[in-house]
Design a protein around this ligand. Structure first.
Ligand code: GLU
Ligand code: ZN
Length: 530
């Protein structure tokens, strides 16, 4: 089939003047990366800010790199982030299909059109021949490029070889000695000498297009008017420029975002930890927090704010604002921003967010390692699946109680995982006898701890005012000749199992007299050892 009917089937969109049609075209080669989240946030915002449309296209033409489940992961991750495309494989749209592997006839027709107009040609070279050319070029210290062996074959010979079933690819005819340039909204004019550009493959012998052909044909047919993508695609862009020229199509406006970097200023990669969007969800970030963080590192707020309404970004962001050096994915800034969003939640939504988060973790059906940033090495805490399950059971048993726990010191939490890691001691069902060594730490002598706890149990009274309670502890310390700070710490450890907790009196108030009594008795009955 010819290409023209496709062109006619996808007429330009009816949109208000200035409306931008944007897209992302992720390849399903693994779990969706946080860099894809950045592209999605930016492109969604540009479409929203201009009254346009944002579409999601799956670029799955590289079958060798295809990973089962990657599309599902991407859709779930974007959904969690609150980024809903106007058109996609999930929601459909008038310019579909939105999966490249379902569009093969379109690319094949486009490739034929280029061959017919003399802008592309069939190449019959075998992989063995290409390999020996490459090795010879390498040995001579030259750049490895296709040697244009098939560029000038006669058309009769080509027809005959194709008719006989010989395998062929279609290659782009790159002109000699010209400059190929485009205007990047962030970096300005970028020019390439045509000699440095390969006569790259457009259509493979199995009928699948390469990225270059597919992306240009799709951006055109889907009427994309603004491309924002990662800078790793800059070297590909001259090929796209040529294709737009050869097809006679207007090129969309284009901008490249710098690659995200980690704290050691290297490209954010597997080495930097789990950089998948789902990985951030596992660590306990809120979608609003991650989204604010991603916009923050590529866009200076006019008043220098770190935390702002997403609507402000949508209203004010322009592609020209993008930086041209790689933004740092700084976990401390991310924690700070996320903490601000957590703090804004009132008890009920915070409780619900925590329960939803726990359900999400449990659905993963595995042990979870929580990581926080430290310049030397990340600090890690692992909770097993059954520990998570126990926490979930305790936490969800009495929502009103859990909400009181959450409101005790909401500013302590940077992520939902902080709640999971730090509030377990509030739940009787999770409380385990305290480590005797830890219990003996403040006073040094296990016998003294035992004696003091016995004494304290005799005088312990629930529901007394704070000042009275504090005085009773001080009096006891005085009588026994120990520093009162050490006795407070011993009680803290006996009752919570921890050296760090919110103010002890408030903890006692939430736990209630019976539970405090029970824990003190457990500690007092502990075998003496120091
Ligand atoms: N398929 C490319 C990717 O995986 C998309 C590049 C583009 O946006 O043009 O990122
Ligand atoms: Zn060839």
């Amino acid at each position: 089939m010819d290409f023209e009917p496709y062109e006619a089937a996808y007429p330009p969109r009816q949109l208000p003047p200035g409306a931008l049609v944007t897209r992302i075209g992720p390849s399903p080669t693994g779990k969706a990366h946080v860099g894809t989240a950045l592209q999605a946030v930016i492109n969604r915002a540009l479409a929203d800010g201009s009254g346009g449309a944002f579409l999601l296209r799956i670029e799955d033409t590289d079958r060798e790199r295809f990973v089962e489940g990657a599309v599902e992961d991407l859709l779930a991750a974007l959904d969690w982030l609150g980024i809903r495309p106007d058109e996609s494989v999930a929601c459909g749209g008038k310019y579909g299909p939105y999966v490249q592997s379902e569009r093969l006839p379109i690319y094949q027709a486009a490739a034929r059109r280029l061959v017919e107009s003399g802008h592309a040609y069939y190449c019959f070279c075998t992989p063995e021949r290409l390999e020996s050319v490459r090795l010879a070029q390498q040995a001579a210290g030259k750049p490895t490029m296709y040697d244009r062996h098939c560029r000038n074959l006669g058309s009769e010979q080509v027809e005959a070889r194709l008719a006989s079933g010989e395998k062929a690819v279609v290659r782009l005819k790159v002109p000699d000695d010209t400059e190929i340039a485009f205007d990047d909204l962030v970096r300005g004019r970028i020019a390439f000498e045509s000699q440095t550009i390969d006569d790259g493959v457009l259509l493979k012998s199995d009928g699948f297009p390469t990225y270059h052909l597919a992306v240009v044909v799709d951006d055109h047919l889907m009427r994309v008017s603004q491309i924002i993508r990662g800078e790793e695609w800059i070297p590909s862009t001259p090929k796209h420029v040529l294709l737009y020229q050869y097809f006679g199509w207007a090129m969309p406006r284009i901008a490249h975002t710098p690659i995200l970097r980690d704290m050691s200023r290297r490209k954010l990669s597997k080495r930097s930890g789990d950089t998948s969007i789902t990985g951030y969800r596992v660590q306990g970030y809120l979608p609003e927090g991650l989204r604010n963080f991603l916009t923050r590192i590529v866009w200076p707020h006019p008043e220098g704010k770190d935390v702002y309404d997403h609507a402000e970004f949508v209203r004010l962001f322009k592609p020209e604002d993008l930086p041209n050096t790689g933004p740092i994915v700084d976990p401390q800034l991310l924690d700070f921003i996320n903490g601000q969003y957590l703090r804004r939640l009132s008890p009920e939504p915070l409780y619900t967010a925590t329960v939803d988060y726990l359900q999400f973790l449990l659905d993963l059906d595995q042990d979870i390692t929580f990581e926080s940033y430290h310049p030397a090495a990340p600090i890690k805490h692992t909770l097993t699946r059954s520990e998570l399950e126990a926490f979930y059971g305790a936490f969800s048993a009495d929502p009103a109680y859990s909400e009181r726990v959450l409101m005790l010191e909401p500013e302590r939490y940077k992520r939902l995982s902080d709640i999971v890691l730090n509030t377990g001691f509030f739940f009787g069902a999770l409380f385990r006898p305290v480590d005797p060594k830890l219990l003996a730490k403040p006073l040094g002598s296990a016998e003294q701890v035992e004696a003091l706890l016995d004494e304290y149990l005799k005088l312990y009274q629930p529901d007394v005012p704070q000042a009275e309670w504090e005085q009773s502890v001080r009096d006891l310390a005085h009588q026994a000749g120990v520093k009162d700070g050490k006795l407070f710490m011993t009680l803290r450890i006996a009752i919570t199992g921890r050296e760090q907790t919110p103010p002890l009196f408030e903890v006692l108030t939430i736990l209630g007299g019976d539970e405090v009594q029970r824990r003190l008795e457990l500690a007092a009955a502990m075998p003496v050892s120091s």
